[in-house]
Write a protein that binds this ligand. Structure first.
Ligand SMILES: [Zn+2]
Length: 468
């Protein structure tokens, strides 16, 4: 890393850690919002005239700008970035890196990467060296515990980070240095292939998709793995209740989460284990899904990055708001959960009418979890009025329990019980993003309600809740 980039990293670390979030940070939400409004106004003033896509929108306020999504962004990729890089060039470079498993090369100095999609086109991200350094400073400020920071600053001890992901990126290796041992464990080789190296590294911070952390936790609980990371961070997937319990039992303490995708670094877990939106760097407009304003689809504006414009970008995720303030005192919005994607919402008709009602993924997870304590892994797919269910357990009773739990939930909500269809359990390989609950098709009834979300349309695409 060049000196100028290191200086930038240090500056953004200090600014994020002590100026924007510490005691000197925002005392009220109104203060944060007023500051955000100023930042956004300045961002739009400078960036809209420089961006081909927004030429006809120069001078407009954020609310007047068009909504974006993955399709629009990919179709207008070259018009939305200031590096003059086309989608074909960026995709080709990223695919070349993935094929060779050599993630060092950059494209004209820019870092490119692909989201880890399972369906549809994959998102592409593009960052300049300065943005990579900024990102590294912010992410370290958000994740590095004080004792490890001391080790890092005094140089007394190297901080070791073990990172499992399906693709590395020179964005992540920005973190590596003499004082930070950053080891990437390539999920394309499976988890088992890395166990010896992982034992040897003995990471202080372990970062991996939730289902991989769960697998490592299981190995630790059965005495086959002996690492003792001081911090465990779940990325790229919904952190399921059972996985969270297993990870906490194996490694102790809070299971942290990073909510980061190609569209930006959107959230992180505070020292109380509560997810906060990263609102000092991104603006997140809630598109409410219910009258109680408990769940929303985030519309993201990243006013920190400028190479690739993310302005009013509608993600396909469902976020649930925490109903009590977080004891940490941060004024950024606290979440109860990142529930999943819009197409993880299942729909059942009311008993009395044909009106469809949403069953949010967390409602379903909760119903299944309370019904049976030691739950095996499962998958639920909605195909019209049928739910196809796979259970990783040969006991027929487990499957029956699962059906009963879902039927009881439908009954409680006044909805028609679905038909249950047996589906064989197939474990995805480690590189695939795990999705336990998915709506393939909603029930086709006489009059479909006007949905607050484009669940069906988005089902064909794939927004990522991921580290790239
Ligand atoms: Zn908090």
């Amino acid at each position: 890393m060049k000196f100028s980039e290191l200086a930038r990293l240090g500056y953004h670390f200090a600014r994020t850690r002590w100026l924007l979030s510490g005691r000197a940070g925002f005392r009220t939400r109104a203060q944060l919002q007023a500051w955000q409004a100023k930042k956004i106004a300045s961002f739009l003033k400078h960036e809209l005239p420089r961006t081909a896509y927004y030429q006809q929108h120069v001078g407009k306020s954020l609310a007047q700008l068009p909504l974006m999504d993955k399709t629009v962004t990919l179709e207008n990729f070259a018009q939305l970035n200031s590096a003059g890089i086309s989608l074909a060039t960026a995709t080709e470079a990223a695919l070349r890196s993935e094929a060779s498993r050599d993630f060092k090369p950059d494209l004209h100095g820019y870092t490119v990467g692909l989201s880890s999609g399972t369906m549809g086109p994959r998102g592409v991200f593009l960052t300049s060296p300065a943005e990579s350094a900024t990102w590294a400073g912010i992410i370290m400020a958000r994740t590095l515990p004080s004792d490890m920071l001391r080790d890092l600053l005094t140089g007394r001890k190297q901080v070791k980070i073990g990172f499992f992901l399906r693709a590395n990126s020179s964005l992540y290796t920005t973190l590596g240095s003499k004082r930070i041992d950053f080891t990437f464990y390539d999920l394309f080789q499976g988890v088992d292939a890395h166990l010896a190296a992982l034992e040897k590294q003995a990471p202080d911070i372990l970062v991996a998709p939730a289902h991989v952390l769960s697998q490592l936790a299981q190995l630790k609980l059965t005495g086959m793995l002996h690492i003792a990371p001081r911090k465990v961070i779940s990325v790229a997937e919904v952190l399921e209740v059972d996985d969270k319990a297993r990870i906490a039992a194996a490694f102790g303490g809070i299971v942290h989460q990073l909510y980061q995708c190609t569209e930006g670094f959107l959230g992180y877990t505070c020292e109380h284990g509560v997810m906060h939106l990263n609102e000092e760097f991104v603006h997140i407009e809630p598109e409410w899904l219910d009258e109680e304003h408990s769940r929303f689809v985030p519309v993201v504006t990243d006013f920190t990055r400028t190479t690739q414009k993310i302005i009013r970008y509608r993600l396909n995720d469902v976020l649930r708001v925490r109903d009590t303030p977080c004891p940490c005192g941060r004024v950024s919005l606290a979440l109860a959960a990142v529930e999943g994607r819009c197409d993880d919402i299942l729909w059942l008709p009311k008993k009395s009418t044909t009106e469809l009602v949403a069953i949010y993924p967390d409602m379903l997870r909760h119903a299944i979890t309370i019904f049976r304590k030691a739950l095996p892994d499962y998958r639920i797919e909605q195909h019209g009025t049928s739910l196809h269910i796979a259970v990783n357990d040969v006991q027929p009773q487990t499957r029956q329990d699962m059906y009963a739990a879902i039927a009881a939930l439908a009954e409680r909500l006044g909805l028609q019980a679905p038909d249950f269809v047996h589906m064989p359990f197939v474990r995805e390989d480690a590189t695939k993003k795990r999705r336990r609950i998915m709506c393939v098709t909603r029930p086709c009834l006489v009059a479909l309600p006007k949905l607050p979300v484009q669940a069906e349309q988005d089902g064909k695409r794939n927004e990522e809740l991921s580290l790239a």
